[in-house]
Design a protein around this ligand. Sequence first.
Ligand code: XMP
Ligand code: MG
Length: 178
Amino acid sequence: MTVQVNGKLFETFIDSNTVHKRILELGAQINKDYAGLNPLFLGILNGSFIFAADLFRSVTVNAEISFIKLASYKGTTSTGNVITSIGMEESIAGRHVIIVEDIIDTGTTLHAFLPQLQQQNPASLKIASLLSKPEARKYDVHADYLGFEMPDVFVVGYGLDYDGLGRNLPGIYRIVNQ
Ligand code: XMP
Ligand code: MG
């Protein structure tokens, strides 16, 4: 099936049933790994909000969830991109944290942000990502809980956007003729 998002054509890539089945599997794995640990899910807005909600509902162990936004700007030194988090209210010291991302592409975002979280001494820090584009990776970042590996193509739907649109599509759609 094809859809138009913001004037561009996208075709079905992963249908919503397949997405939901995979998320149930990830939830079952998290239930095993985190029994009794009260993990704190930390969703990265905006793209992860639907994945985070479904993943969180698939988890039956005691767990908490919070969301942050990341803003990146060019550093003035050779450090390159600087990432700041907005909305980080609870302390993660001593907590078992699971970062929830929509997609790991080059890995730049998490490569810059993970050390900042590590500085706050969480008990453990893992990454759950719906999608990963291994071919696009520039930094060694991997998801501990991964929905799907995919080629380096642009996708929308299930929280992911093209210029703000397409997040409400139930499945994941890839661009036609990128
Ligand atoms: P990096 O390169 O830092 O990128 O790993 C992660 C962020 O890039 C966005 N991104 C996408 N968004 N469709 C989208 O809607 C895509 O195919 C795509 N690839 C990367 C996304 O915001 C992600 O958090
Ligand atoms: Mg986006």
